[in-house]
Design a protein around this ligand. Sequence first.
Ligand code: PMV
Length: 316
Amino acid sequence: MQSHTSAPGKIILCGEHAVVYGRPAIALPLSKIRARASVAPGAAGIGIRFDAPNLGRRWLLAAAPGDPLSELTLATLKQLGITRIPDIQITITSDIPIASGMGSGAAIATAIVRALATAFGRNLSAAEISALVYASEQRYHGTPSGIDNTVIAYEQAIWFQRRSEPPHLIEPLPIAAPFTLVIGDTGVRSATRLPVGEVRRRWQEDPARYEALFDLVADVVHQARHALARGDVATLGPLLDRNQEALEQIGVSSPELERLITAARRAGAAGAKLSGGGWGGVMIALVDPETVVSVREALLAVGAARVLETTVSASA
Ligand code: PMV
């Protein structure tokens, strides 16, 4: 009964926000930036103890049964058919910055579910893990589309479309040629539920305008899918720019994001946009081997809190 597991961060290549309203989106796992969970035997009679040193938290399940990660743990044990609360220690660590659009919450939750399943010698499918994490995300975010838990639990590039009733449309995304993204973090923490809530308020006020913007995003996402399937990376850059324009009109960009996006384009990126909920968090820029270093440097020069890089490989 000892297990160490992990789950990746993620970025949304295109389609965020519109995806909440049934339009498709493309998300990519970040395999090198991960959350980790381990399960080990705990002190007898204590029940479940959580220790999350880099979140600055430590708690006992019995003392905080309503905590989202406590609830996730209880739901997972139930799914595993474990009816008595075991005496275990769950340790959580993560390299993924929180509230930055990189799926930190869903990755931590996925790592915990995997660690519990492994510790008790059970197998959960990606779909089962994703469903448990989705229920947990709902407790944090209110109306998540389900894209974060899906890309993280399946750990592959996905095409995702929310249906009014599950199952949502989830397809592996064929990528014919590898491409590289530079990820710039504004350092501004932004809880996803805030811009998501504001977009909902604006959509309720002016549904026609927002539906048209979501359709525009959907068109970009369809074109991006075809570009990736053809290995036509050159077409992808302007599509990211168009998605950013729509996100600005939707009202989820910010001066900090736009400072990084402008700097990346000036330094030679083929296209750039915010990624995730917006109002802070990260942006992504499409680069090639000639521009990767200048884009990284430009982002740091205009105040990016951190700069990462991911190369997305070709896939079936
Ligand atoms: O969790 P984030 O910040 O990467 O945002 C998720 C993307 C949204 O479309 C804004 C929300 C959602 O639930 O799909």
